[in-house]
Design a protein around this ligand. Structure first.
Ligand SMILES: C[S@@+](CC[C@H](N)C(=O)[O-])C[C@H]1O[C@@H](n2cnc3c(N)ncnc32)[C@H](O)[C@@H]1O
Length: 281
């Protein structure tokens, strides 16, 4: 195993087992995807790959509920990167299921009452069946791209910030982004990159941008006209806008629905369960 990713959930379970006098425990080395048996000793925890974590290391992990830790040959380090491109701090934040990424403290997926994986499934379901060529405008941890790639012919996904992809590379739940050959990654600004695609090139578009307050141009009429241009006839666009029941979400959705209509979409439907809109061409 190249590296392990641990969170406070595994660390707390290990500390509790030690306190209970256990000498072995089954834990996940990759944020709940698989399980391994580890040895619990007075000095710390021994993993099958030979790595050893001291109780001090495990206390450090256990005290940090907003970041995961990489356990590698160089020892323990936070899965956290400061981006020189955007001057933002990116961290991999654990949940009970798939982790999310914090961008300067703001989670990139929904985590209240739902986990990032379920959040992704709800987004994808709004434009099912996912077929043909798919455009995913904002890669992030790659969850929407990975899910779309299960049934699509090809998925093109665009990410502005290489630091976000560095975090994704360390995330066990993002592996498909780097391993599935039908997913094509572009590093760039989707506002500019979209002009390079052919008209009607995509059958489905997933537009999952940062919040309106952080990326207003990705909610503009000009960008929506480009989304309309690259979408094929009969195609569908899912557009995340935020909680439609909240005051700000309602207001962002109202403006987005008007501009999507002006851009040419024949019908725009609110999908509150997915915190977004679906636009039809
Ligand atoms: C909400 S997250 C996307 C989550 C993603 N769909 C997933 O499933 O993990 C938004 C992402 O868009 C990226 N981003 C912001 N502005 C962008 C732009 N202009 N072009 C492409 N990506 C952008 C951010 O760095 C961030 O990683």
């Amino acid at each position: 195993m190249a590296h392990m990713i641990l969170s406070y959930l595994q660390a707390q379970a290990l500390i509790a087992a030690h306190q209970a006098g256990e000498t072995q425990l089954v834990v996940s080395p990759d944020l709940s995807l698989t399980r391994i048996e580890v040895d619990i000793t007075q000095n710390g925890v021994g993993f099958p790959g030979g790595q050893v974590l001291t109780w001090e290391d495990l206390e450090t992990i256990s005290d940090s509920e907003r970041v995961c830790f990489l356990v590698g040959e160089g020892g323990l380090r936070k899965v956290q990167i400061f981006s020189e491109t955007t001057n933002r701090l990116y961290s991999l934040m654990p949940t009970q299921g798939a982790p999310t990424m914090l961008v300067s403290g703001i989670p990139m997926h929904r985590i209240k009452g739902i986990d990032p994986h379920q959040d992704t499934l709800r987004k994808i379901k709004t434009i099912a069946p996912i077929q043909g060529h798919v455009l995913d405008t904002a890669t992030g941890l790659g969850y929407t791209a990975i899910q779309a790639a299960r049934t699509a012919e090809r998925v093109v996904t665009i990410e502005l910030d290489p630091a976000a992809l560095e975090i994704a590379r360390l995330n066990p739940w993002s592996r498909g982004l780097f391993e599935n050959p039908i997913i094509i990654q572009i590093i760039g600004d989707c506002y500019e990159e979209i002009g390079k695609f052919d008209s009607e090139e995509f059958k489905r578009i997933i537009h999952d941008p940062p919040a309106f307050s952080l990326a207003g141009d990705l909610y503009s009429g000009e960008f929506y006209r480009e989304l309309f241009r690259v979408l094929g006839r009969g195609g569908r666009l899912f557009h995340y806008v935020g909680d439609l029941e909240s005051k700000s979400g309602r207001s962002v959705a109202r403006g987005a629905i008007r501009r999507l209509g002006e851009a040419g979409f024949s019908r725009v439907v609110r999908r509150p369960e997915a915190f977004g809109l679906v636009a039809y061409k």
